[in-house]
Write a protein that binds this ligand. Structure first.
Ligand code: NAP
Length: 314
């Protein structure tokens, strides 16, 4: 319960926030990263990252997140772990005020928003009831519960296909249910999925209900997108990877979130038009590429611009 001050406050400790923290701290300004959970963001729930440069064999997501954290801290970024920023306002003196669920009030001369995104839900019957009883959004967390069992993965993007491959190491069978007959995932991942003997493609189909016995998931009812037919896949688990939604609640009243799906619109230097001192990076923003490398790059850009902004103030 106290008042604290920093030069650059970074909201979110994923690849964008940690890279912003690294660059800001190396600019020798007082830098604080606020992270409501563990640092590393969504990569800590990714088993293996094989498209981040300098790791030719790939790297475990949790290890990459840890390395980014260590590097930001090494240069002096302070991490406020398990702290949620609950309110962000711009004050008349140009500073920002941040209130946290720890009861502290911080002021900052500049802010980098890097709150990322969260997995979308399908919004179908049974989904809420069976969450944690067979319905999951995290294969690395829950795959171990499905050894020699049957699961379905929903979606046709990189997340769905990569996680289907991961689940195939545990499950006896993985249905990959996708609403079209073409995938938006990277061709190399599509190739691997098609080569997997354990993955059965169920294309042009959408989930309509998750069925269960009151305790656990027992089936997934799917409907064809080509005709009126429906069928039930008998299975033990459903993993949903149908996209992500930006975590924008904190700034919904402050900035333009009218871009597709509520992403924050940024300028090329990471700034937010009309709000001097406010920057954004990573999956929260309207950037076209949602990857670790682009999140890290945009975090660096936002911090560099924030440092320039502080210089110009002086
Ligand atoms: P995504 O690329 O947006 O894919 C979402 C998938 O879910 C799409 O195939 C979409 O179908 C399907 N879908 C959406 N709503 C649906 C609904 N209501 N019912 C059924 N299916 C639905 O999302 P993502 O895979 O989570 O990836 C998010 C971003 O992170 C992407 O930019 C992705 O490239 C990136 N990513 C990268 C990696 C990597 O490079 N290793 C790993 C994971 C994620 P349609 O195709 O028909 O729209």
């Amino acid at each position: 319960m106290s008042n604290k001050h920093c030069d650059i406050a970074i909201i979110g400790g994923g690849p964008a926030g940690l890279s912003a923290g690294l660059y800001a701290a190396r600019g020798l300004v007082n830098t604080v990263i606020f992270e409501k959970q563990m640092t590393g963001g969504q990569i800590v729930t990714t088993e293996w990252v094989e498209n981040y440069p300098a790791f030719p064999e790939g790297v475990a997501g949790v290890e990459l997140g840890g390395l980014m954290t260590t590097q930001a801290e090494k240069f002096g970024a302070q991490i406020e772990l398990f702290v949620t920023v609950t309110k962000l306002t711009k004050q008349d003196d140009g500073n920002f005020e941040l209130q946290t669920d720890a009861g502290d009030t911080w002021t900052a001369r500049a802010v980098v928003l890097a709150s990322g995104s969260v997995p979308s839900k399908l919004g179908i019957p049974g989904e809420d009831y069976y969450t944690g009883r067979g319905v999951s959004w995290c294969a690395t967390c829950d795959a171990g519960f499905f050894k020699e069992k049957i699961v379905a993965v929903i979606g046709g993007g990189d997340a769905a296909l990569e996680e289907a491959l991961f689940l195939a190491k545990f499950a006896s069978k993985v249905y990959l249910v996708h609403r079209r007959d073409e995938f938006r995932a990277s061709p190399i991942v599509v190739q691997r999925v098609k080569a997997s003997e354990k993955i059965e493609l169920v294309l042009s189909a959408v989930p309509v209900e998750i069925e269960g016995d009151g305790t656990r998931v027992t089936g997934l009812r799917i409907a064809s997108t080509k005709d009126e037919s429906e069928q039930v896949l008998n299975l033990d688990g459903v993993f949903e990877f149908v996209g992500t939604n930006p975590v924008n609640e904190l700034v919904a009243d402050l900035v333009d979130t009218s871009a597709e799906r509520g992403h924050v619109s940024i300028e090329i230097d990471g700034s937010i038009a009309g709000i001097p001192g406010l920057f954004a990076a990573g999956d929260l923003t309207n950037s076209s590429l949602k990857q670790v490398i682009s999140a890290a790059g945009s975090g660096a850009t936002a911090a560099f611009s924030a440092l320039k902004y502080l210089d110009e103030l002086e």
